[in-house]
Design a protein around this ligand. Sequence first.
Ligand code: ADP
Length: 459
Amino acid sequence: MIRATRSRSLWLRLTVLATLAITVTVAVATAVLVATLVSSVRSNVTTTLNTYAESVAHSAVDGRWPTPLPPAPGDPGMWAQVVDSSGRVLAATQNVAGRPAMYMLTAGSTSPKPSPTLVGHGDEQVVAQRYVAGSTPVVVYAGGPTRLLSILTSDIRGHLLYTVPLVLLGAIGISWLLIGRTLRPVEHMRAEAAEITGSGLHRRIPEPDSDDEIGRLARTLNTMLGRLEDSAARQRRFVADASHELRTPVTAIRTTLEVGLAHPDQAPWPELATRATAEAARLQRLVDALLVLARADDDTLIGRREPVDLGRLARTVVDAAPARLPVEIDALPGIKVLGDADQLTRLIRNLLDNADSHADSWVRLTVAEAEPDTVVLEVADDGPGIAPADQERVFDRFVRVQAARDRKSGATAGTGLGLSIARDIVTAHGGTITVDDTHPRDENRSGAKFTVRLPIAGR
Ligand code: ADP
């Protein structure tokens, strides 16, 4: 039953919980109220009886008691007996005239006990007071039926029998309505969220005006939808750009081969094959770059993290591949970063390739330590440089800047992905990459200077 309730509705569960809480509270409050009322009435009766006993004691004149004793004013049910130390009744009110002593008081005690001869006197409250009348020590007993108490108790019981269930029913009804009202926005949010699909990420769930948990949940979910929408839009753009880039070499290869096949006997096959191979190489570069970016998006770009000596790695990269221009190196060995040597190699390779294709006469690579606990790798050249307006966007995917002396064109044209891969690698290593002018204060000289900052390992 509990499981069924749990799975069906939060509304029902909360109402059941509220009902339980209200029932316990009403039960405890009622018990405390009844106990307080009963004890207050009981102490009232005791005070009245004591006052009556006192007035009886003062009714003795020269040690003689009036017969019968004066009745209690306003309450004919009350009685009084004056008993001497041997248990003889010296005087009594009319309503208990002729009866033996009904109560006794043991030595040292102030609370009277029923005497063995007392039968059928019902529920009553009794007080006892010691006096000396003339020279005779006596005890004045005054008592009365606890009618008031029983009336009160039965009255309360009668009222509670009707009012408590009514109050509880009312409380359950109000809880049901209030909880339903509170949860209504959640149901609206759920219904709207159920209709949002991958293609409807521009939609938002309704946000209640309140600044409570439900309002905050709605706002958080909408912020999340916003991020999902942005990310889906980026993915769509990326797929469109990638398809567009892939189409160019594929079309070139196909056209080249179709030209040859149109006149197979006269076609310059070695020349066509060279052109197709160059386009295939470009296709391969693109696919490789796309795979690297896909891994970066998946956060799986970095395989093993190990201490890598960045200066030594830079020298190895320079020595490994022949370049158009010699590279001037100023790299201190011994500065280590924690990372993936293959990806760091790819980063340096991309920056050096770019510098080599854009530089006029020199390329310089430096690795040095900087505050705080950072290694700085710079690749600078004396090429055309990158205009300030493009210095941020060159790191975006598929962005190419048309430089005046761009040496990459046709099948050797760049993919526009080298710098975004470089940025993904640096970011995955907890660093930053920026580009600046090689000679920022000299208007006559240009050049691009890429600066990579990475945290030094183990500090
Ligand atoms: P690509 O494969 O086209 O070189 P990149 O992402 O590596 O793509 O570079 C993006 C653009 O930034 C390039 O099109 C180029 O115009 C510009 N760029 C990169 N490096 C340099 C540099 N050292 N000097 C001048 N321009 C550069």
